[in-house]
Each structure stands twice: as C-alpha cells, then as structure tokens.
Design a protein around this ligand. Structure first.
Ligand code: ARG
Length: 469
C-alpha cells in the first residue's frame, strides 16, 4: 500500500468549526478538487468581482470592502496568470484557495465576500462562465474546419469520385459533393453548439446553497455584468443540475462522431490499395520496422478520441441520474470529463482544419475505380426507363450488360454499341453519352444532387451562410 503523506497543514478549514477531529489525509486528497478545478480560477475571480460589486451596490457590504476585494482580486489574477499562485490541497478547491488568499491580502473584506453566496451557486456559475468561453473557441474552430472543407470542395466540385454504398462502388459523385456532405453535418453541429450555449448562459448565482438568500441581492445586475442572458429561475435547479454540461458533451460527441467518419474515409482513401488521396506528411508517421509505411496517425487518433468523448458523455449522464435535489458533492466529478471533452474537441477541430487543407487528391485513381465498379449502370437503366421500358426490365437488361463487361474485363462504356443493343433494342448511340461519368454527374441536376453546377451552387450558399451563421 502506498505510504500516506504526513499531514502538513494545521490551519482550520473554512468549515471546520463544526468538526471535532481533523480530516484523514487520504480523505482530504480524495475530496479535494483543486488539482483540476483551478482551471476555473479566472472565471471564479470574475464571478466574485461581480458578486462583490452587487453586494456593495445593494448596501450589503461597504464600498471600502468592495474596493479591498477588487484590489486583492487584481493581485490574485496577476498571480494566477503568471503561474505564481500557490495552490494548496489543504484548501480543497479553487474557490477556497482564492478566498483564503484574498483574506490574507485584504483581511476582513475577504471574509465578507461570501455573504449571500455559497460554493454551490459559485461553482455552477464558474463552470458556466468557463464553458461559455470554451464553446466560443470551439465554434471558431468549427468555422475554420468548414472553410477548409469549402475550399477543397470548390477545387473539386467536378472531380469524379466513386460514391459508395456497402463500401462498394455505387454511382459517380464529385469529390466536392462528398465533402459538402460533411459540411452539412458540420453546419448542424455548429447550430447545436450555439443552441446549447443559450442554455449554458444563465446565471445560477443568487441561489446560494439551495434556497436563495435572506440578503437583498440583485441577480439581474450580476447577470448583466457577467454577460449572462438571464438568471436561473429556480434556486434548487440552479445549484444542482448539470444538464448544460451534459448537453455540451452530447454536442461534442456528435461533432467527434462526424469527424471520426471522415477520418475513417481518409484512412481508407489513403490506403495504397485505394490511393484516392494522400495526406500531408506532417499528419502521418512512419513505422519503426517497415520502411515503406506512411501511417495516417492523426485520423486514427481522431477516431480513437471519439470513444473517449463518448465515455465522458456516459460518465456525466451517470453522474447525474441518481442525484436527489439539490447540490451533492457528486457534481464535483463533472469537471474532468467536461474539461477533457472541450480540450479534445478543440484540438481535434484545430488539427482537422489543417489536415483537410493538406489533402492531395488523386483524380486518376478515383476515375479508375469508377470504371472498375460499373458506376454508370444505373444511368443506363434510367435511360431505358425514359424510353418506355419498365424499371425492373431495365434493371435486368443492364445487369446482363454488366456481366458481359465483367467477362471482357472492360467498363460498360467500352462495350461495342451493337453488343449493348443486344441487351435491349432500345439502346442506341445516345446511350454512350449516358454511360460516361461526366454525363452521369451532369444528369443529377437538382438541389442536393451531385451535378457539378449544383455542387458549386451549394458551395456558394454555404459561403454566404458562413458569413451570417
Ligand atoms: N468543489 C465543489 C464542486 O466542484 C464546490 C462546491 C462545494 N460545495 C459543498 N457544499 N461542498 O462542486
């Protein structure tokens, strides 16, 4: 068993007045959160300053106390920003560490700061402030990814790519059209995050421990100073629920899921047996034993880290599900999954924006795969239907033509016209145009279709929306 470190601190805890024996050393470490919640320090200081100013405006503390608190907090913020603040596990969490330092700096005013407030509404406020900023950074990174996707899609709005179903060549699409599918997913991701932000951006402060406070506080003014859209309407709900963090993590899991799907495709496309694209060297690594290898490490890690974010979502849902109202210490466990989700998502998006910019497309390989896969077979069937043949009969005629092409080892378009006509007398010279990849693409000329001019139109709409979204 690990040896326990000796008790170091004999100063009483902020709440120790009621207790008759000191906390066990392991229990102290077990219950402390300062090792991770110190990330909330700047949000905590902002929240405390807004609270102190409100207390002074309402005549609950003196203006001199407010000035002392502001002076002390300015010093503390500097210490935190320079990495000089001395964090102590003896003071449990970020809130008590800062309050203790404040009191050391400015005396009694520091002890008055906590009037009309509890760590329960304080921590809920800090997490919301922190998450709001994280969402804004993430949304900027989503936009960077979207603009990379749009640039690549535009360059390849007409580049033919085999569209797959069941991971087999199905019909031609353009590479730009394929990328625009991910753009659409990303657009919904961004809308979800922006919507989630509205529910994050409500002020819990004023709920105090759970029931509100007897002091004549002004919550609206605190909300306005901190940039919240409004105040949480019920004190019990304000201190207890972490649904906003769960919702964010669910949004993050969806973003990661989409990026994971694209990663899977990049990995497949980069496989030498497929060879549709190459990734820039800076996103790949070599093998220590096989000199020929160039491994797509970054997309593989994106795929892997998606599991990690999914795990955080399940952790947070599970954290919440058994909790009675109102605040329970369980909620202290919300922070590590939440922080790691935001970090993972921001890093992934930031890397992905650059990864997409570094994709080298190999159109010849895409075209060769299209020919091997008889990608225009449906077009020939549609051609026969337009000449009056029922679709099922057309399907049958083309299936026989595909078998013939397969036996000869050529594409449908390479079969001699008289041979093709043998499968249906309706097949005439104009069928050959239908069988070309370009003809197939151009024919899907409606909103949402893969015709290059539709892809260009979709990109133009997306660019316009990106400016306004
Ligand atoms: N560190 C705690 C948390 O993260 C702060 C709230 C503690 N409140 C309490 N009554 N123990 O949730």
């Amino acid at each position: 068993m690990a040896e326990r470190p000796p008790a170091q601190d004999s100063t009483p805890k902020a709440w120790s007045g009621r207790f008759s024996e000191p906390v066990d050393e392991l229990v102290k470490r077990y219950t402390a959160s300062v090792s991770f919640d110190r990330r909330l320090a700047l949000a905590d200081i902002r929240g405390s300053l807004a609270h102190a100013r409100m207390l002074a405006r309402q005549g609950i503390i003196s203006d001199a106390d407010r000035a002392d608190i502001e002076r002390g907090m300015t010093t503390i913020r500097g210490e935190v920003e320079r990495g000089e603040f001395v964090w102590s596990v003896d003071d449990e969490d970020v809130h008590l560490n800062i309050e203790k330092r404040l009191t050391a700096l400015v005396g009694d005013a520091g002890k008055r700061l906590h009037t009309g407030r509890s760590r329960n509404d304080q921590v809920a406020t800090d997490v919301r402030l922190w998450l709001r900023e994280a969402i804004d950074d993430i949304l900027a990174a989503v936009r960077a990814c979207q603009s990379s996707l749009l640039d690549l899609a535009e360059a390849h709005a007409a580049t033919p790519l085999p569209g797959f179903t069941h991971l087999q060549v199905a019909q031609p699409v353009t590479f730009g059209h394929h990328l625009m599918a991910y753009f659409e997913m990303s657009r919904r991701d961004a809308a979800r995050l922006a919507d989630c932000r509205r529910r994050v951006n409500q002020l819990p402060l004023g709920a105090a421990a759970l029931a509100g406070t007897t002091f004549p506080i002004d919550r609206e003014s605190v909300a306005a100073e901190l940039g919240f859209d409004g105040v949480c309407a019920n004190s019990l709900d304000a201190v207890s629920d972490r649904d906003f963090a769960i919702e964010f993590t669910a949004c993050a899991a969806l973003v990661m899921m989409h990026l994971s799907r694209l990663s899977e495709e990049l990995i497949l496309w980069m496989n030498p047996a497929v060879g549709f694209i190459d990734l820039a060297d800076r996103f790949c690594t070599g093998s220590s034993i096989m000199p020929q290898k160039k491994n797509p490490d970054v997309p593989e890690l994106v795929r892997g880290k998606t599991g990690r974010v999914n795990g955080h979502l399940v952790a947070l849902l599970t954290l919440m599900k058994g909790q009675p109202l109102a605040y329970n210490k369980d909620n202290q466990e919300d922070k590590e999954p939440l922080f790691d989700t935001a970090d993972t998502l921001l890093d992934t998006l930031t890397i992905f924006a650059d990864l997409v910019r570094g994709i080298r497309v190999k159109p010849e390989a895409m075209r060769a795969a299209l020919a091997r896969g008889f990608a225009t077979a449906t077009d020939l069937a549609d051609y026969l239907v337009k000449k009056g043949l029922p679709f099922r009969d057309a399907h049958e005629a083309v299936a026989r033509a595909v078998r013939a092409a397969e036996e000869r080892g050529c594409d449908l378009a390479e079969l001699p016209l008289d041979l093709l006509a043998g499968f249906s007398p309706l097949i005439e010279a104009d069928a050959l145009q239908v069988l070309t990849v370009e003809g197939s693409l151009a024919a899907r000329d409606h909103v949402g279709g893969t015709a290059p001019r539709q892809v260009m139109a979709a990109i133009a709409r997306a660019r316009a929306a990106l400016g306004t979204d």
